[in-house]
Design a protein around this ligand. Structure first.
Ligand SMILES: O=P(O)(O)OC[C@H]1O[C@](O)(COP(=O)(O)O)[C@@H](O)[C@@H]1O
Ligand SMILES: [Mg+2]
Ligand SMILES: [Mg+2]
Length: 340
């Protein structure tokens, strides 16, 4: 398929872009297109809430904890409600996995063909301090027959089965970036028109970069290979950039080159980030943009999920940098093995 022939001009609306892309698939029924529109609609509503969060009473903690044992922020809950409502009302989604809900959420759309895994509000620790935050989503086709509720098998599919994935970044501007497996495109929101416009067509991430993003506060417990990679970054005068919002750190590195990683640490022995609604969707995006994502030794999207909220270490970004840290991990563990 010659994408250049079908390329839409910068400034095309998201709606028009979705419609045009649907034409690429003669057998497409429009359900995935509608689902992407439902997500964009919820993102507009959440964007409005975020922009005025300092003025209205949705700042601060909600008072409850989510399944991860994290204190929920009011905006975590608001965003969760908004996205679930939009997906339920849209009718295309049978079941939802959300960071804010322990169990699968059955929408009642028994004919819905899709399952969505979502991190409604990413970067919760940055909500009240006006730092970029985001939403991350991953879409699968159900494997069970329609006409009944979605099952665990519909939800626990490896990342390679994703039919679409993306994120919204609520930053100096609000952007929606997504893929359906045919490249990555970014859209910027124009609030006065209430529309997303194509602003970043066919995103490709640089093969390498000089930025590394990791919470060095836990570096004492990094495994030797990861510690060696961080040392190399410093020796090479890389810039350390860590916003503390995965979406924001990922987005910067996607456009400029670099690597984000959240390895296993003493505090988070299996890593902190969640496979289904943080690592897999961003891995699909970065691979479609020419980058790479792994848990240090295995391609993120090939990990077979066992739990809805399972965590995994992640190294994601420019291909050469992810390959370098993987080599350090292999080399250092081999060296450690010789000492045994
Ligand atoms: O404070 P830490 O340990 O560095 O963790 C920060 C990471 O945790 C997260 O906030 C986890 O996501 P949520 O905010 O959705 O729970 C990431 O956005 C971020 O990269
Ligand atoms: Mg998150
Ligand atoms: Mg979150």
């Amino acid at each position: 398929m010659d994408h250049n022939k079908l390329a839409l001009p910068v400034g095309a609306t998201l709606d028009r872009f979705i419609m045009r892309k649907q034409e690429d698939f003669p057998y497409a029924t429009g359900e995935l297109s509608q689902l992407l529109r439902d997500i964009a609609l919820a993102a507009k509503i959440v964007n409005r809430e975020i922009n005025r969060s300092g003025l209205i009473d949705i700042a601060g903690a909600f008072g409850g904890q989510n399944v991860q044992g994290e204190d929920q922020q009011k905006l975590d809950v608001v965003a969760n409600i908004r996205f679930i409502r939009a997906l339920r009302n849209g009718g295309e989604v049978c079941t939802i996995i959300s960071e804010e809900d322990e169990d699968m959420i059955q929408t009642g759309n028994l004919q819905g063909k899709y399952v969505v895994a979502i991190d409604p509000l990413d970067g919760s620790s940055n909500i009240d301090v006006n730092v970029s935050i985001g939403t991350i989503f991953s879409i699968y086709r159900r494997v069970s027959a329609t006409g009944r509720e979605g099952t665990a098998a519909d939800c626990l599919q490896p990342g390679t089965h994703q039919v679409a994935a993306g994120y919204v970044i609520y930053g100096s501007s609000t952007m929606l970036v997504y893929t359906t497996g045919n490249g990555v495109n970014g859209f910027t929101y124009e609030p006065s028109l209430g529309e997303f416009f194509l602003s970043h067509p066919s995103i490709q991430t640089p093969a390498t970069g000089t930025v590394y993003s990791v919470n060095e506060g836990s570096s004492e417990s990094f495994e030797p290979g990861v510690a060696a990679f961080v040392r190399q970054c410093k020796e090479r005068n890389f810039s350390a950039r860590y916003i503390g919002s995965l979406v924001a750190d990922f987005h910067r590195n996607l456009l400029k080159g670099g690597i984000y990683f959240y390895p296993a640490t003493a505090k988070s022995p299996t890593g902190k980030l969640r496979l289904m609604y943080e690592c897999n969707p961003l891995a699909f995006i970065v691979e479609q943009a020419g980058g790479k994502s792994s848990n240090g030794s295995r391609r993120t999207m090939e990990i077979e999920p066992k739990l809805l909220h399972e965590r995994c270490p992640v190294f994601i970004g420019s291909k050469e940098l992810v390959e370098q840290v993987e080599q350090f991990i292999v080399r250092e563990s081999a060296a450690a093995a010789t000492l045994l």
